[in-house]
Design a binder for this molecule. Structure first.
Ligand code: URA
Length: 262
């Protein structure tokens, strides 16, 4: 470039900008020296030429809030699957058991922790207790797929021992986030352990049953654990569970299926 006066530089810049404008460039970034690129004029395509493919658009976040919650749940599921906070459970589990069912369900049923069948299959309540729970769900007029099933603790404690308080604390954030994403309208705590955990009350199951408690602003009903109902040969726990489910249904503003039938 020849060394010329400032006027000449202004003229050069103006000429350059005009040539950019003629080539269809409407905006030039501010700041920094203006590089003078070698412009190559591309001839306009003939009118009947096929349209050039448009570059793929960047992924747009889903407009559907339900779909977005589903995605967030998948992310949370992956986090749970990789969790190694409880070294004993991490080293003895086959896999973490996340939960299954519908979003925005009328009811979510919450168990304690996976048993051996759940640990093997990766699904909640697929063992013997799962059959009892399936009958409880059916007695309320729901299907398994229409409610949500999950556990307070995501990994099986060895020999189905009660989870330790450290394990409860380690899993608490997962459970809360899952609960917020599933958004159940009512919650049923299964057994004394989860009933105490969710109600926040240090009481016996007998004391907690029969009252509508709250978990994070959602009505909470406490009842027997399906495994205990299955083992009880007297039929008392089954009868009491029937009362608890009636309380659930009246809280939901629904009648038990067949309640009106003679
Ligand atoms: N017991 C539970 O509490 N949860 C399960 O998923 C299975 C058995």
């Amino acid at each position: 470039m020849s060394v010329e006066g400032p006027i000449d530089l202004v003229q050069q810049v103006r000429a350059h900008l005009e040539s950019l404008q003629a080539a269809g460039v409407l905006l030039v970034p501010r700041g920094g020296p203006i590089a003078v690129p070698q412009l190559r004029l591309v001839p306009a395509p003939p009118p009947d030429a096929p349209a050039r493919p448009v570059a793929a658009a960047a992924p747009v976040p889903p407009a559907d809030p339900l779909e977005s919650r589903r995605r967030d749940l998948d992310v949370l599921r992956a986090e749970v699957a990789a969790c190694d906070r409880c070294s004993e459970l991490f080293s003895t589990r086959t896999q973490a058991v996340f939960g299954s069912g519908a979003l925005d369900p009328d009811v979510a049923f919450v168990g304690e922790a996976p048993g051996s069948a759940e640990d093997a299959q990766g699904e909640p309540f697929v063992g013997k207790g799962g059959d009892v729970l399936g009958r409880m769900i059916g007695a309320c007029g729901f299907t398994r797929a229409g409610v949500y099933l999950f556990n307070a603790i995501k990994c099986r404690p060895p020999k189905n021992r009660t989870p330790t308080s450290a394990e409860c604390i380690n899993c608490r954030d997962f459970f809360r986030r899952q609960f917020e994403l599933v958004k159940p309208k009512h919650v049923v705590a299964l057994g004394p352990f989860v009933s105490r955990l969710l109600s926040g009350k240090n009481a016996t199951l007998a004391e907690l049953r029969g009252t509508v408690h709250q978990y994070r602003g959602v009505p909470l009903i406490c009842t027997h654990h399906p495994d205990d109902i299955e083992k009880d040969k007297t039929g008392r726990l089954k009868r009491e569970t029937g009362f608890d489910l009636k309380l659930l249904l009246s809280t939901l503003g629904r009648e038990a299926p067949g309640a009106g039938a003679k």
